[in-house]
Design a protein around this ligand. Structure first.
Ligand SMILES: [Zn+2]
Ligand SMILES: [Zn+2]
Length: 128
């Protein structure tokens, strides 16, 4: 089998690589979920809200929004991130609610691309 001259196999590889690269770039450049700052920071209602709840970051000066219990401060980024999963050292970015879908696409396409490359390599070795 001439695997090195099969256009379908070649285009499949290019497509997988494009999906992986684009999803990685989206993971890096999308807002991971930095919450908006509360503009009523000096109001009495704001201070009462701080006293009642512990959903507040003293560094970012933000009150976490309702239903955003997973909001945490990332010491690497220096920001609070809604739906924080982890800080990814490979993309140098937090993975949160804003870029989780792109991150999952990146992981999935990387695994599929690795399988594709390994299988293709084995076919080339077997054909030679
Ligand atoms: Zn914070
Ligand atoms: Zn981070």
């Amino acid at each position: 089998m001439e695997t090195d001259k099969n256009p379908v196999l070649f285009l499949t590889g290019v497509l997988l690589l494009l999906i992986q690269d684009i999803s990685f770039l989206l993971t890096v450049f999308l807002n991971p979920g930095i919450p908006p700052r509360d503009m009523s920071i000096h109001s009495e209602a704001y201070i009462n809200k701080l006293i009642r709840s512990h959903l507040y970051c003293n560094i970012c000066k933000v009150v976490y929004r309702e239903g955003q219990e997973q909001t945490e401060h990332c010491p690497d980024c220096g920001f609070c991130i809604e739906g924080l999963d982890h800080h990814c050292p490979w993309s140098s970015k937090c993975i949160g609610s804003g870029n989780m879908t792109a991150f999952k696409f990146f992981l999935g396409s990387t695994v599929i691309l690795m399988i594709y490359l390994f299988t293709g390599g084995m076919l080339v070795v077997a054909a030679s």
